[in-house]
Design a protein around this ligand. Structure first.
Ligand SMILES: [Cu+2]
Length: 77
């Protein structure tokens, strides 16, 4: 059973800007793809600003996040 917590002391958060998201579907697609990356604990999307905040238990490679966002159909700004 997963007992991950986004607020764990060893978690880190990184904010990314994603262009083109406009609704809940976009949010779900981006969240789903980024969530598949190793070490990701949680993904929070702010549609108004296009900000995607990722909590992870290890540093994320920007290229990996960019690939996940691209897979969802959007572009890392
Ligand atoms: Cu949408």
């Amino acid at each position: 059973m997963n007992t991950y917590s986004a607020t764990g002391s060893d978690a880190q958060t990184t904010a990314f800007q994603v262009a083109g998201m406009s609704c809940g579907h976009c949010e779900a697609a981006v969240t789903g793809e980024i969530s598949r990356l190793a070490g990701v604990r949680s993904v929070r999307v702010d549609l108004a600003t296009g900000t995607v905040t990722v909590a992870s238990d290890r540093p994320l490679a920007r290229a990996d996040v960019a690939a996940a966002v691209d897979e969802a159909g959007y572009t890392l700004a």
